[in-house]
Write a protein that binds this ligand. Structure first.
Ligand code: SF4
Length: 341
């Protein structure tokens, strides 16, 4: 066993934080030592989350140009300057949201998230529609309801919790230090406040990141540790799939191995959490997608994203079966979606 692996195991066994230097060395591994690392991350994943794979799906219930300037997002105020702007749609009716949840459940998802564009929900009428959809998803469809509605205060989150919402999703997006490079219209602290309010309201929280936006490896380690600090339930790791017309349209793609090593770092730092290989996995992991479930992930987003297509759900179900895993169909303990695709 390599010295690096011994140091990592020692930190885990003594329950002490793995240093940034050790985690940076993970990115230098290749060949047999890298497989040793994946053996360890698989062991950790199975110890804490078993062999079941969580699948969630989303519906883009409100699509359109947002006043924020998140540079990865096709719906941001700075996206599509030269391209055709994305049409602004009003919030879907409850019946359409519920129909999408039924399709998600039939496809094998155990959680379903209502996603809206925009900084936050400002109109009470929209909150009531979302609350009605949540009630129906929980009581009629029988799938775990989640929502991703931008920034939100404790009062509105508590209201949705009373209506049956179980999970709230809000990404921190990137590290605290790198966040100003990605967004200037709201702050990293705003994101933390929403995550903390959701926890205070008694909701399970799904909060993760997007990698491949020009951040350093150290930024990714910091993200993993900042998320650990928040102690959320589910951690989606999204991989940038650059959208034409956004400031990040020409971003240098990460290699599939770099993506897998990042998932491994997230598992080493957050051994007991649900870690999801989410948006952009097809584009970034390419033929190595199955290895995401070895490197550290125990869940995936099933079906389409917000503005781009995912792959056929049957292929993902086949993938986990080929690996000897099984889909979690119990509708508990996980969520996630990506806001950017
Ligand atoms: S990620 Fe959300 S808040 Fe940011 S620009 Fe896109 S829709 Fe707006």
């Amino acid at each position: 066993m390599s010295t690096l692996l011994l140091k990592i195991k020692e930190s885990i066994n003594k329950n002490i934080e793995i240093t940034d230097d050790i985690l940076l060395s993970v990115f230098e591994l290749s060949g047999a030592p890298l497989l040793e690392l994946f053996s360890l991350t698989l062991e950790l994943k199975e110890k804490y989350t078993g062999k079941k794979v969580n699948f969630c799906s989303i519906v883009s219930a409100k699509t359109g140009i947002c006043s924020e300037d998140c540079s990865f997002c096709g719906q941001s105020a700075v996206a599509g300057k030269k391209e055709k702007k994305i049409k602004v749609n009003s919030l879907m009716p409850v019946s359409d949201i519920v129909e999408a949840a039924k399709i998600a459940k039939n496809n094998g998802a155990n959680e379903f998230s209502i996603v809206t564009s925009g900084t936050r929900i400002t109109e009470r009428a929209e909150l009531e529609i979302i609350a009605d959809a949540v009630r129906s998803i929980k009581n009629e469809v029988g799938i775990t309801p989640c929502a991703s509605l931008g920034l939100m205060n404790y009062e509105d989150l508590s209201f949705l919790k009373q209506c049956g919402l179980e999970v709230f999703h809000h990404n921190i997006e990137t590290s605290k230090d790198y966040f100003p490079e990605i967004c200037s219209t709201h702050s990293f602290a705003d994101n933390l406040e929403t995550v903390k309010s959701a926890k205070k309201a008694g909701l399970k929280v799904c909060s993760g990141v997007i990698i491949g936006m020009g951040e350093s490896r150290l930024d990714r380690i910091k993200m993993a540790k900042e998320i650990k600090e928040l102690d959320v339930d589910n951690i989606p790791v999204n991989f940038l799939n650059p959208i034409k017309g956004t400031p990040l349209e020409g971003a240098e793609p990460l290699t599939p191995m770099e993506c897998l090593k990042t998932l491994a770092v997230f598992r080493l730092v957050n051994p007991s959490k649900n870690i999801l290989a989410q948006g952009g996995r097809e584009h970034n992991l390419r033929q190595l997608q199955p290895l995401a479930l070895i490197a550290g992930a125990n869940g995936m987003l099933l079906g389409n994203y917000l503005l781009t297509s995912g792959r056929n759900p049957e292929l993902d179900l086949e993938l986990i079966s080929d690996l000897g895993f099984e889909a979690n169909l119990t509708g508990t303990a996980h969520t996630s979606q990506t806001e950017y695709v």
